[in-house]
Design a protein around this ligand. Structure first.
Ligand SMILES: [Zn+2]
Ligand SMILES: [Zn+2]
Length: 62
C-alpha cells in the first residue's frame, strides 16, 4: 500500500495530490511510495525505470 506520494514525496493522507496524479501520467515517479526514499530514475526510449534501494525497481507500464 502506498503511503507517500510518488511525485512530491508528501503524505498521501494529507493534502491534495490530484495534480501529482495527473502529472504522473507523463512523468516517472521520484519518490518510493513505501519508504519515501528518492528513487533512481532512468528515462528509457519507451518509458522509464525507477529503483529504490529498499524496494527494487519498477518500470513504466508498457
Ligand atoms: Zn503529491
Ligand atoms: Zn522504497
Amino acid at each position: 500500500m502506498s503511503t507517500w506520494c510518488e511525485r512530491c514525496g508528501g503524505s498521501l493522507a494529507e493534502g491534495d495530490h490530484a495534480a501529482c496524479e495527473a502529472a504522473r501520467r507523463f512523468e516517472p515517479p521520484r519518490f518510493c511510495p513505501e519508504c519515501r526514499r528518492r528513487m533512481k530514475v532512468q528515462v528509457l526510449p519507451a518509458g522509464w525505470s525507477a529503483s529504490c534501494v529498499g524496494h527494487g525497481s519498477r518500470r513504466s507500464p508498457a
